[in-house]
Design a protein around this ligand. Structure first.
Ligand code: NDP
Length: 288
């Protein structure tokens, strides 16, 4: 029988320490605060925003929302980012992407102050992931995959990890983070030939393609650990991942969708905000 890697258990395990850290900061006069910047009203953004707000509330992290219209101008958004950068009461920023087509996304993400980049969107934070310097925060979803594996005691060292997807949000950073933990990593993408054959090499298979049913039974070797990051809508209008449910029968362990990686991501986000607030508080103390 496969072990189901529920995200809720991971979030619960993180809760006590995070809530205590947030409470200590607040008692010392610094309320850890997250700015959420959303342009437009995409359903998936709003669903994630709701989850993030709920998790922040549970942990004692304040949230300030900056909502812009779908047809907002680049200057307007840059103005919001500048405001967040200048506000010492805000410790981290979540910016929903992709942005509508009129925006130069690289310019927008590059404008965020590095110390407030709690979701690994700036080049500086990504460089930290790739160099292993520990500078900056990795993208929350990529880190959530790693937290989940660690929580369930799944050691990737020396094992073959296959990552499907190469986005800067998940695929590339998670591949680097697995490599840093001594896995032998293969990264696949839309031009990969014979994806099923690559997937069958995996001891640990991370799928982040956003393609419902992409990974089928033919791609799964018995005993594999599957982390399904995909969020798709199924034929009945429900949420499903990238891996077909029937493919998971022989797996040693797998994350459910929903209830897997997504349930950990918002805890990682809150953890980064609390850490950023701690750093900002000790910097301020050092200046006195
Ligand atoms: P992107 O669309 O940015 O990237 C998808 C990646 O998958 C690309 O690298 C693409 O390859 C690859 N891909 C697409 N089709 C195939 C295919 N047929 N075979 C192999 N590779 C393929 O998506 P994201 O990385 O932003 O998100 C991936 C999924 O994760 C989505 O479903 C998203 O909703 C979900 N997600 C889940 C979160 C969570 O907390 N659980 C948070 C954020 C996202 P190429 O580069 O060649 O185009």
């Amino acid at each position: 029988m496969a072990t189901i890697l529920y995200g809720k258990a991971v979030a619960e395990a993180m809760k006590e320490r995070l809530a205590a850290d947030a409470a200590a900061l607040t008692a010392g006069g610094v309320t850890p605060t997250l700015a959420i910047v959303r342009v437009g009203a995409r359903e998936d953004d709003i669903a994630y925003e709701r989850g993030a707000e709920k998790r922040c509330e549970i942990l004692g992290v304040a949230v300030q929302k900056f909502l812009l219209a779908e047809d907002a101008a680049q200057a307007e958004l840059l103005c919001v980012i500048e405001k967040i950068n200048a506000d010492s009461g805000i410790h981290g920023c979540l910016l929903f992407r992709p942005l509508p087509a009129q925006f130069d996304e690289d310019a927008v993400r590059g404008a965020l102050a590095p110390e407030k980049d709690v979701d690994g969107i700036t080049d500086g934070s990504l460089a930290g992931v790739f160099s292993g310097s520990g500078r900056g925060y990795p993208p929350c979803t990529a880190q959530a995959c790693i937290e989940l594996l660690a929580h369930y005691g799944i050691d990737v060292s020396g094992r073959d990890a296959v990552v499907v997807g190469r986005s800067l949000v998940i695929g590339k950073p998670v591949a680097q983070m697995l490599l840093a933990r001594n896995a032998t990593v293969t990264t696949c993408h839309s031009r990969t030939r014979d994806l099923a054959e690559k997937c069958r090499r995996a001891d640990v298979l991370v799928v982040a393609a956003g393609q419902r049913g992409l990974v089928d039974a033919e791609s799964i070797e018995p005993g594999v650990v599957v982390v399904d990051v995909g969020i798709n809508v199924d034929a009945a209008g429900g949420i499903c991942g990238d891996v077909r449910p029937e493919a998971l029968e022989g797996a040693a362990a797998y994350t459910p969708v929903p209830g897997g990686v997504g349930a950990v991501t918002t805890s990682v986000l809150a953890a980064h905000v609390i850490d950023a607030a701690q750093k900002s508080a000790s910097y301020e103390k050092g200046r006195l």
